[in-house]
Design a protein. Structure first.
Length: 84
């Protein structure tokens, strides 16, 4: 089960980075220059009325939420093993 979690974690990181890169390109194309710190907000403004672009934002945010969940899951299991 731990190997599956690590594979899922790796896949979620790759998916999140690919989505973020696509969002950066979209914002640079639409707005010229965007802030990396506020990329999601800039992307939301640049993609008004475009459902596929909004879906890309949802994928990026869900992938980072999945990463947090998997890291916490793996860490709690490792810390539980270390304390026994």
């Amino acid at each position: 089960m731990r190997m599956l979690e690590l594979v899922l974690l790796f896949a979620a990181v790759i998916l999140g980075l690919v989505a973020r890169t696509a969002m950066k390109r979209f914002v640079a194309h639409r707005l010229g220059q965007g802030s990396d710190a506020l990329l999601e907000i800039d992307f939301w403004r640049a993609s008004r009325g475009q459902a596929p672009a909004r879906l890309l934002l949802a994928v990026e945010l869900l992938s980072w939420a999945t990463i947090v969940f998997l890291v916490v899951s793996i860490a709690t299991r490792l810390l539980g093993v270390a304390t026994k």
